[in-house]
Design a protein around this ligand. Structure first.
Ligand code: MOS
Length: 745
């Protein structure tokens, strides 16, 4: 009796054809009758007050319906309610149009609603806002003396602050045979998903709203809108089945959602508000960060001392935090450790999670520091990491729930041909290009959260599974369908996963690489409960076909329950529904992680990346000619979509190391490269041979599925491996990222 197994199969995305043929609709694409369009006006100053707004020219434009700003916005019963959204850091969240105060450049100050998008945009350009400018401070480097501890809150529970010191760092560092000290910097980065933020709000009458929103959490947007506008949750429905990339930008509701809903409620009309590419640079971003590392080791290559400090920007109204400095001692068991993480509040918008927040930042400093020490010790970088391999997490004194990093090193090195690496710079040339090899470890913490799902078996023989979760494009829809199919032994075609809609069971925001673990476990739990219910119905069917068989004596396969010892006893699931008077059987189930158990372990996905670069000696141009990333992230649900996740992460790593930075002019207080012409990301010509290995790993502790998550682990080890390869090629260590052409000349 063979049970169907779709988990582990490389299925294509179920919605793939819809997307490539343009039939998948995104938030700004829904055809809605009598639609009004909003266009947002952003502040031209960085800090100060709005003194007055002259609307006359704007209102004179044909088709303009209304102009909203702080002076005439609708009253909002709970506008200053502190609860904001599922990803809100501690502080008092920014509310658009709250008052006349300007707190950051690009802050939305008004929005114009018109019968057409063109009229709204043109009319918005005619709005005259008179400002009283105040002095601002956006310069991170100049304000290092303001560095302070982050305030504690829910965010610091999910993203823990650094552990306290161990041993005596200063003494051990002074006594070390080899020491390396590094000062690193990277600028801000803005997420730029293909789909820009947009919301189409349909006014259903009686204050009921249907909202098509670009978001990473339909439940999150629903709760946010209900709270802000004082509406009942049941009157607010948020729909987002297709999301054109998020990378963290959609973890918090953005201002177009507020405006779309505000106008719909006020005008009792349907309203769409979309942002343009420049406006995508007016909210959260990866924070600019300075880092300082000091690592010490003995002659034989044992790491004895680790000091890692990070200084990151935040806004003057919220304390955004991320895990930057916690990982070195999780990976390398030195006994003398001091870690520090500080925030510096500035007149900028609050940073927010961007793919592998903190981890990618911290590991860039940690892993390049490791390579420099290896170089000083005359050790191969991989050998140095193996000599300091942590079998146990000494930083928290806990075992790992599972850790196949050693296997990542081994398989990655073999596939790459690491043993051919030349330890000395400028040894290998191809024409006028220097060739270098570099590697890096990767680690990403596994976050466990509760999740909920509904499972229904219908008279038509279909399994319907529901969750409000979104699919940012990585394959959640397909993977959830696979997980559900396997529980009831059904082919994929018999399963329909309903998602991306707040009417389904509440889901956390889709982020932190936890969706497969959290929602996947809930889907599994709901399906198991449904299976149980179907079995108990079958037991009491006419003639008692199952006799005294227990659930474990049967198997669900091919749409039927079959007796293991006598497969001729076969009860089609549709017969069970018929016996149930034709009524579908439906269950709902929450999956709550067993914190008592999992808290006893350090839970993380691991990776190792190996990179080859070519550096043009005359021009300083860097090409990442090939790279291999080996990943151990627990059970892989779908190797095709998982591979795409890692490939995307690797491309992002190229971007971090070589391209991406939002440049801030400290005198203007503004970002100056706010479009995709000047905000550089890798293009096809930058992406060469990328290879992904999944090292077998099944985590029996983390969750029922054994899955750790793969959304972020692919980013983390790529950038440091590139920096290390550039060092290996040129003998130059660049510590200010992204690396620029001039750095190598
Ligand atoms: Mo991710 S930065 O948690 O969307």
């Amino acid at each position: 009796m063979k049970k169907q197994n779709s988990i582990g199969q490389p299925y294509r995305r179920i919605e793939g054809a819809l997307k490539v043929t343009g039939r998948a609709k995104y938030a700004a694409e829904y055809q809605v009758e009598d639609l009004l369009y909003g266009y947002v006006v952003n502040s031209k100053i960085t800090k100060g007050r709005i003194e007055s707004i002259d609307e006359s020219a704007t209102r004179a434009v044909d088709g303009v319906v209304e102009v909203f700003h702080h002076d005439n916005r609708s009253s909002l019963p709970r506008f200053d309610l502190l609860y904001s959204d599922m990803d809100a850091p501690p502080g008092s969240p920014f509310r658009p149009l709250y008052d006349n105060k300007i707190q950051f450049a690009g802050q939305p100050v008004a929005f114009v609603v018109a019968e057409t998008f063109e009229a709204a945009r043109y009319a918005a350009s005619l709005l005259t806002v008179h400002y009283a400018e105040e002095e601002f401070d956006v310069d991170l480097k100049a304000n290092m003396d303001k560095a302070r501890d982050p305030s504690k809150g829910l965010a610091t529970f999910i993203k823990p602050l650094p552990p306290g010191p161990r041993g005596d760092f200063e003494k051990a560092y002074a006594a070390a045979d080899e020491r390396f000290e590094g000062k690193f910097h990277h600028g801000s980065q803005h997420h730029n998903p293909m789909e820009m933020f947009a919301t189409t709000t349909v006014y259903e009458g009686d204050g009921k709203l249907t909202i098509y929103d670009k978001t990473q959490g339909t439940s999150n947007s629903q709760i946010y809108v209900s709270n802000l506008f004082g509406l009942s949750m049941s009157d607010v429905r948020v729909i987002a089945p297709f999301v054109g990339g998020g990378f963290g930008s959609g973890l918090r509701p953005q201002y177009q959602l507020v405006f779309s809903v505000m106008a719909a409620l006020e005008l009792k009309r349907n309203v769409r508000v979309s942002m343009d590419r420049r406006q995508m640079f007016t909210f959260g971003h990866r924070p600019e960060t300075f880092q300082h590392t000091r690592f010490g080791a003995t002659k034989d290559g044992t790491l004895t001392a680790i000091n890692h400090e990070a200084f990151a920007e935040t806004s003057n109204f919220e304390d955004y935090n991320e895990v930057v400095v916690n990982h070195a001692n999780m990976l390398y068991p030195a006994d003398n450790v001091t870690l520090d993480y500080k925030l510096i509040p500035l007149d900028r918008f609050t940073p927010m999670d961007m793919r592998a927040p903190g981890g990618s930042t911290g590991m860039l400093a940690i892993e390049t520091t490791m390579d420099q020490l290896a170089d000083q010790l005359d050790l191969d970088p991989l050998e140095f990491r193996l000599r300091n391999y942590a079998e146990r997490d000494v930083s928290s004194d806990k075992p790992f729930s599972s850790k196949e990093l050693k296997e990542c090193y081994r398989q990655g090195a073999e596939r790459f041909g690491w043993n051919e690496r030349q330890p000395t710079a400028k040894k290998v040339r191809r024409g006028n290009r220097l060739v270098g090899h570099g590697m890096s470890s990767g680690i990403w913490d596994v976050i466990a959260l509760p999740g909920k799902a509904t499972a229904t078996f219908t008279a038509e023989g279909k399994l319907i599974v529901e969750s409000a979760v979104t699919d940012n494009g990585q394959g959640t829809y397909t993977v959830m369908t696979q997980i559900a199919a396997d529980q009831l032994g059904l082919p994929l075609e018999s399963v329909s996963f309903k998602y991306g809609d707040s009417k389904h069971p509440l889901s956390p925001i889709q982020g932190g690489s936890y969706t497969t673990g959290v929602i996947g476990s809930a889907v599994k739990a709901a399906c198991l409960k449904l299976k149980d219910k179907l079995f108990h119905l079958a037991q009491i069917m006419d003639g008692y076909p199952l006799g005294d068989a227990l659930p474990e004596d049967t198997i669900f396969t091919d749409g039927a329950i079959i007796l293991k010892k006598d497969p001729s006893v076969r009860i089609p699931l549709t017969d069970i529904i018929a016996f149930n008077r034709g009524e579908a059987v439906s269950v709902s189930k929450s999956n709550v992680p067993n914190l008592l158990k999992i808290k006893q372990y350090t839970r993380a996905a691991h990776a190792a990346t190996f990179v080859e670069v070519e550096v043009d000696e005359q021009l300083g141009v860097i090409n990442v000619t090939r790279a291999v990333t080996a990943v151990a992230a627990g059970k892989i649900m779908n190797p095709k979509t998982a591979r795409s996740q890692i490939l995307g992460g690797m491309v992002w790593g190229i971007s971090m190391a070589l391209r991406e930075e939002t440049l801030l002019d400290n005198n203007l207080g503004k970002y100056v490269n706010t479009d995709l012409g000047e905000y550089h990301i890798p293009v096809h010509a930058d992406v060469h041979q990328l290879d992904v290995i999944f090292v077998p790993e099944e985590d029996r502790i983390i969750n029922e599925l054994g899955a750790k998550g793969i959304g972020e682990i692919g980013v983390i080890s790529m950038a440091p491996a590139i920096v290390n390869a550039v060092y290996n090629a040129t003998g130059k260590l660049v510590k200010v990222f992204p690396i620029k052409l001039g750095d190598l000349l």
